[in-house]
Design a binder for this molecule. Structure first.
Ligand code: BEZ
Length: 258
């Protein structure tokens, strides 16, 4: 890369120990998505973005034959340690062909850049009549958290726009994404879900928003995060000291026509 070529933003890394400490709520709050999936014993299910396998394990316990995929080798190792069939793979690179009854995905698709390639690969992985059930961040997700770190970076002369790692679509846009890949959408709903964190804004950013933090030298990150916490405190910290965040979900069910 020449000296003049801008470096792409550094990517999020996944540390399973930190994830289990700060992000156990992701799997707990994913339970209603499992209910929408309504897994049946014996079904073959693909879990896209399985992370450390907490929900993949619930599917295996329901008697399903589950394969999990995730781009993070560390998270896949944590899933395998639960005895699961988990593979290091990006959603857009999957080449499964009509071998699953259902595809499940929770809190993963907003990380995927090649959205339509990934949805096409999920479509291809399903047998005709198979279903896709998922949840991800919807438009407006973490709006004030994103605004707080964006302002703190702008004060340092850094443009936050290219550091944004997430895709949070509206219902209309995601319906169009799904339909353009061949799916028939059964339901899609966007709803606000203010969420109690198991950490504070610095812990949240370290766990989920590393691409923003890596844009400043390490010794300046604590100050940056203090500013972000100050900005968010009035709206998101409760008198008992606990922190909330402005999560918005997009939950959908779609089928591959038989
Ligand atoms: C979410 O589940 O909405 C989410 C997770 C990590 C970063 C941003 C959003």
């Amino acid at each position: 890369m020449s000296r003049d070529t801008p470096k792409p933003p550094a990517e999020q890394s996944w540390n399973p120990e930190r994830y289990q400490r700060n992000a156990a709520f992701v799997a707990k709050l994913g339970r209603p998505v499992l209910d929408l999936l309504d897994p049946q014993a014996g079904e073959r299910i693909l879990d896209v973005g399985c992370g450390d396998g907490a929900l993949t394990e619930a599917l295996a316990e329901a008697g399903c034959q589950v394969v999990g995929i995730d781009p993070s080798a560390e998270q896949v190792a944590a899933a395998r340690a639960r005895g699961l069939d988990a593979r290091v793979m990006r959603a857009e690179d999957m080449d499964f062909d009509a071998c699953f009854d259902a595809v499940f995905t929770n809190a993963a698709m907003h990380w995927v850049k090649a959205q339509r390639r990934a949805l096409s690969a999920m479509f291809r992985a399903l047998r005709p009549g198979g279903r896709l059930v998922g949840e991800m961040g919807g438009s407006g997700n973490m709006r004030l958290y994103k605004a707080a770190i964006s302002k703190a970076l702008q004060r340092r002369g850094i443009d936050p726009t290219p550091l944004n790692p997430w895709y949070f679509p509206s219902e209309e846009d995601y319906r169009a994404d799904l339909e353009s890949c061949g799916f028939r959408v059964k339901s899609i709903e966007r709803f606000e879900r203010p969420t109690k964190l198991e950490t504070d804004p610095p812990g949240w950013y370290e766990t989920f928003g590393e691409s923003y933090l890596l844009a400043v030298p390490e010794d300046q990150r604590p100050r940056l995060l203090e500013e972000v916490s100050e900005d968010l405190r009035a709206d998101f910290q409760k008198p008992d000291g606990s922190w909330f965040a402005d999560y918005v979900r997009l939950r959908f069910k779609a089928v591959k026509p038989a």
